[in-house]
Ligand binder design. Sequence first.
Ligand code: XBP
Ligand code: MG
Length: 227
Amino acid sequence: MSLRLLLFDVDGTLAETEEGHRAAWNATFAHFGFDWHWDFNTYRDLLQIAGGAERLRHFAPADLSDETIRAMHRAKNARYREAMAAGEIGLRPGVRQLIDAARARDVALGIATTTSRGNVEALIEGTLGRAALGWFSVIACAEDAPEKKPDPQVYRVALARLGIEGADAWAVEDSRNGIIAAVAAGIRVVLTPSLYMAGDDPRGAALVLDDLAAVAPEELLDQLGAG
Ligand code: XBP
Ligand code: MG
């Protein structure tokens, strides 16, 4: 067991993105003529359902067509990406430092997320710059894994693409669904609970930190078994 691959979740882990998603949803509801508004507590409950389109399907009346759900999800993501491009959301503390330290020690980096590739790219470009997309050996997202977390599919896809065993990888996650998904793929988890996930059950995580700045990056890589 060594650290060959560090897999990052995106929403809640690389950045506190969910307030961006929530604002974009609320603007989309108004645009489509609905008087719905997801406040913080409502959205926290809805986050139990992974995936934006799945979340809206769960919330919306049954007679709202799947086509409309898809159109609203696209509209939400267009607004969300505009906010990302405008630099409205930054990385969580310690993320950049851990990425830099891992690259310096030849630990491969990857992404395993429920959200779409376009949203991942918008976040990476808006925070680390376009060239940083090339720092990740694998980006596994909604388009690669239709079974969303807590299903382990996205983690299995990421491992399979690189031919790396779960035992040689660690995941950085923020949520209960994320822990369950990674552990089911045989991957150990560093949990950094996000705004919406604070107070959730951390069982299954091998290490729990307030955020990645809580431990110096070199020390953290040593703890995770980097060579
Ligand atoms: C995050 C999610 C995502 C985002 C929105 O899960 O559930 O659905 O809220 O993204 P995780 P989309 O961090 O565990 O991957 O609207 O693009 O689905
Ligand atoms: Mg997450």
